[in-house]
Write a new protein. Structure first.
Length: 300
């Protein structure tokens, strides 16, 4: 099997690759060799472990990569393009040094914002994948995860964006603070989540004021771990939604992510009267990488 090119999504913890025939994936592989566990010299061997049998005996194989592979501690640092701008410009991709002459890799640039200072790597490719299917979209994209990105889109361009560390905060608080004694690895209770999210959206002080009450509630009133987990998630996400109101108020908002996580954002948004829906982002990175490959085949 000889692909036309190879698409690569290289994050902090995972590496995903697709053998591509034009715009169609014909094979996919993955490993746990993300950027966070590699030195710059380790990227090429980690990639070859997955794709060596896809490479030609002669000539070069185009490889289009996005994500943390282009971070300062990645394979090679890719630039940040200043917003407002289109989500992708593959002609400004970085070409890391390679030892295997069959590889022709390009790392797509990320995006930056001068004020307030912000950056993204990888999400811009998801945004490009979304816009490839909906080029006339005018509204807001919300991309939740460890670090959630709120992105204002107009006329095919990223106008502005803001990052919230909500996912990382939940992990730190639930696993390393005193609340670990109450929550542990419990699943979130939907009713407790909804009530806490509504409270935090209405009151910007609710999140800070309500955190220790979860521990006290467990000690005094036998508050269960699932209800505490739901309340913690609701307080943090509700506070984020309140702070991001300028992005979603009176604007169509699409939450892009795994369905369970996306619904944690969509449900309180809709309860607050927002025009919100969610979309599974699983295929959008590949759609964005494909759009980059198509642009590279055209003249700059």
């Amino acid at each position: 099997m000889q692909p036309d090119w190879i698409a690569v999504d290289w994050g902090t913890t995972r590496l995903r690759v697709w053998a591509m025939s034009g715009a169609q994936p014909v094979a996919a592989r993955a490993s746990d060799k993300g950027m966070g566990g590699l030195t710059p010299e380790g990227f090429e061997p980690a990639l070859l472990e997955l794709i060596a049998d896809w490479l030609p005996d002669r000539g070069q194989m185009p490889v289009i990569a996005c994500g943390m592979v282009g971070a300062r501690t990645g394979w090679a640092e890719a630039e940040y393009r200043a917003t407002p701008c289109t989500p992708l410009d593959p002609h400004r991709a970085t070409r890391p040094p390679v030892r295997d002459a069959r590889l022709d890799p390009r790392i797509l640039p990320g995006l930056s914002q001068a004020e307030p200072a912000d950056v993204m790597r990888g999400e811009e490719t998801q945004i490009a994948g979304f816009l490839a299917a909906q080029p006339d979209f005018d509204g807001t994209l919300c991309l939740p995860g460890t670090h959630c990105k709120w992105v204002a889109i107009r006329a095919g361009r990223v106008e502005r964006f803001q990052t919230f560390m909500t996912g990382e905060l939940f992990s730190l608080i639930s696993r390393q603070s005193v609340l670990r004694l109450t929550i542990g690895d419990a699943a979130t209770d939907d009713e407790a989540f909804a009530a806490a999210a509504s409270r935090a959206m209405a009151d910007p002080n609710a999140a800070h004021a309500g955190l220790f009450a979860l521990r006290a509630g467990a000690l005094l009133h036998d508050l269960g771990a699932e209800k505490a987990a739901g309340a913690l998630s609701g307080l943090l996400i509700g506070a984020e939604l309140g702070a991001a109101r300028d992005f979603w108020h009176d604007r169509t908002t699409i939450v892009i992510g795994a369905p369970a996580l996306a619904r944690l954002y969509e449900t309180p948004l809709r309860a607050a009267g927002a025009d919100a829906a969610h979309l599974d982002g699983g295929e959008l990175v590949l759609a964005g990488l494909t759009a980059a490959r198509t642009a590279l085949q055209e003249k700059p």
